[in-house]
Design a protein around this ligand. Structure first.
Ligand code: KG4
Ligand code: ZN
Length: 350
């Protein structure tokens, strides 16, 4: 079964073709980062309009690259939520209309399920059950995963998501949006131990997170060391970036270990934009080796938003005969635990 995946939940237009026998055939991504950068964050109306402009030409380019035509697609998967309602509507309307015209099934996919399953696109993919740490711009969640669609939330952020905290701290240091990769690069030049930031909620039991106190602590440190232009000198900015990243990473590592121990599991999956963070990957690998557990993640380009993860998740659900009605509906707020379970998808990786 050959599935076209469409991702338009925020500021990336992503498309991909996934084949249940052959795996990923191709994918394309158009990022709106430049469009939104002057506003320091995503402007929803601009995002929707840009998806309208870019989505269909991107599908055509993808098909041409794969030397396929639309009639050779067997099903369509589009992101149905969570996300920006206007941006979601573009992908959902386009996906649904294409499927109707081609007389093939279509299904709306939960964006975080897409992220969670993205490591399945790799040659070394995890086996169920596992613990997933979902860390993106909008979510920080620890989830027990027993199969596709079988998700139990173990803990989540009570305030800012990890990616959101990275973005806000980047703004304090006058770095571009999205801030995560810029903080990570700046942190490499920082001196470990020059500052020590708090590790929020690690001495309390449970698996919830909170990053807003750490964000305030970071802001206070920036203000305390600011020079006349309002910013500390470059080295101090790097030291602050380093201390902030260490605090986030440490907190995530401690909670992941705790979740694995609580659920008596040996496999961790990290997914979502922040899972691209090299320091997080390194520190998790070190910590999990000590407890004979393993960590899986997607290649860099599939950690942040992309069409491949939606095509993959859609393929699992369409193979299980799930599909959506003709009505175009999006779900800007959507709980992962409310998803329908899928039996065992039969594709080359599972
Ligand atoms: O999954 P994603 O592309 O979009 C959402 O679903 O939110 O995640 C975007 C988030 C942004 O907050 C971005 O700053 C963060 O992921 N991010 C990173 C890195 N790359 C992206 N955070 C830390 N380190 C990175 N290398
Ligand atoms: Zn995402």
């Amino acid at each position: 079964m050959r599935i076209l995946g469409i991702e338009t939940s925020c500021d990336e237009t992503g498309v991909a073709l996934y084949d249940s026998e052959e795996g990923l055939l191709g994918h394309k991504l158009y990022s709106q980062i430049a469009l939104h950068s002057e506003y320091g964050g995503v402007v929803p109306e601009l995002a929707s309009r840009d998806h309208v402009r870019k989505l269909l030409p991107l599908v055509d380019e993808l098909l041409a690259d794969c030397q396929l035509n639309k009639k050779q697609i067997d099903g369509i998967a589009y992101t149905k939520g969570p996300g920006l309602v206007g941006a979601l509507m573009v992908g959902a309307c386009t996906g649904r209309a294409l499927a109707l015209a081609l007389d093939i099934p279509a299904i709306g996919i939960h964006h975080m399920e897409g992220h969670l399953l993205a490591p399945m696109l790799e040659a070394q993919s995890p086996a169920f059950p596992f613990i997933a740490l979902l860390v993106s711009g909008g979510h920080t969640q620890l989830v027990r995963v027993d199969g596709v669609g079988e998700y139990r939330l173990l803990g989540e952020s009570l305030d800012d998501a990890a990616g959101e905290a990275f973005d806000k701290v980047a703004k304090m240091l006058d770095l571009d949006y999205p801030g995560g990769p810029h903080i990570a690069t700046l942190a490499e030049k920082g001196e470990q131990g020059r500052f020590t930031f708090p590790r929020p909620m690690v001495d309390r039991p449970g698996l919830d997170f909170s990053f807003s106190g750490l964000k305030t602590f970071t802001l206070n440190t920036v203000v305390k060391h600011a020079l006349d232009d309002g910013l500390p000198d470059h080295q101090v900015c790097a030291d602050i970036a380093c201390a902030f990243q260490e605090a986030v990473v440490d907190t995530l590592v401690i909670k992941c270990r705790r979740a694995l121990e609580q659920e008596r599991m040996k496999t961790l999956v990290i997914a979502g934009g922040v899972s691209a963070n090299t320091r997080l990957r390194e520190r998790l690998e070190q910590a999990l080796t000590k407890i004979q557990a393993g960590v899986f993640y997607a290649r860099h380009e599939f950690c942040t938003d992309n069409g491949a993860m939606i095509a993959y998740a859609g393929c699992q659900r369409l193979l299980a005969q799930q599909n959506d009605s003709l009505a175009v509906r999006v779900t800007p707020r959507w709980n992962l635990e409310d998803l329908e379970p899928v039996g065992n998808g039969c594709n080359k990786n599972t």
